[in-house]
Design a protein around this ligand. Structure first.
Ligand code: PRP
Length: 178
């Protein structure tokens, strides 16, 4: 990309906010189920990989990690409007608590698709959504995260898992192009 990469949320602030979010999540599960009940955390690859790794360090309940791979963007900055399920294999989740972990909720298409799948096909007991970035201004589907770390406006952001044409996922902060 032919523009300058600027910092939107630096690494230190982002990690501090993710720790706070983990506290909120711990609080929810402790209040509703106690901290001995197992939680399955589901990472939506590829974008969620860094947020998932960071968030999971601070969760206090017994936790199983699962990974699915979905794609709706392909190359470029706009959603294709269609979700490709590259890998949706999960163990039986009937009557389990499930926390789906995503890097960003944009139009909401990807998480609407996954939430419907979790509720109808997997029959999980409690499915919640945790996202790093909530881009409310881009929403096209009636869905919102149960937990989110930061609000973002209409910028195209990269870093901490978020890509532009598969690049920039590894930078340790959230950036945008100007
Ligand atoms: C991105 C992001 C979310 C989704 C959000 O995934 O990681 O999964 O788009 O957009 P939506 O709310 O409009 O569905 P992408 O398809 O780019 O795949 P990736 O995770 O491999 O980068």
């Amino acid at each position: 990309m032919d523009k300058e990469l600027k910092i939107l949320v630096d690494s230190e602030k982002l990690i501090a906010r993710i720790k706070e979010l983990a506290d909120e999540i711990n609080g929810y599960y402790e209040k509703n189920y106690g901290l001995n009940e197992e939680l399955t955390i589901v990472c939506v690859l590829k974008g969620a990989v860094m947020f998932f790794a960071e968030l999971s360090k601070y969760l206090n309940m017994p936790t199983c990690m699962e990974f699915v791979s979905l794609s709706s963007y392909g190359a470029g900055e706009k959603s294709s409007g269609k979700v490709s399920a590259l890998n949706l294999s999960l163990p039986p989740l009937e009557n389990k608590n499930v926390l789906v972990v995503e890097d960003i909720m944009d139009t909401g298409l990807t998480l609407k698709f996954l939430l419907d799948f979790m509720k109808t096909k997997c029959k999980a007991k409690d499915v919640k959504l945790a996202v790093m970035c909530d881009k409310k201004c881009a929403r096209k589907y009636d869905i919102s995260p149960d937990f989110y770390a930061i609000d973002v406006d209409d910028k195209f952001i990269v870093g901490f898992g978020l890509d532009y044409n598969e690049n920039y996922r590894n930078i340790p902060y959230i950036g945008y192009f100007e």
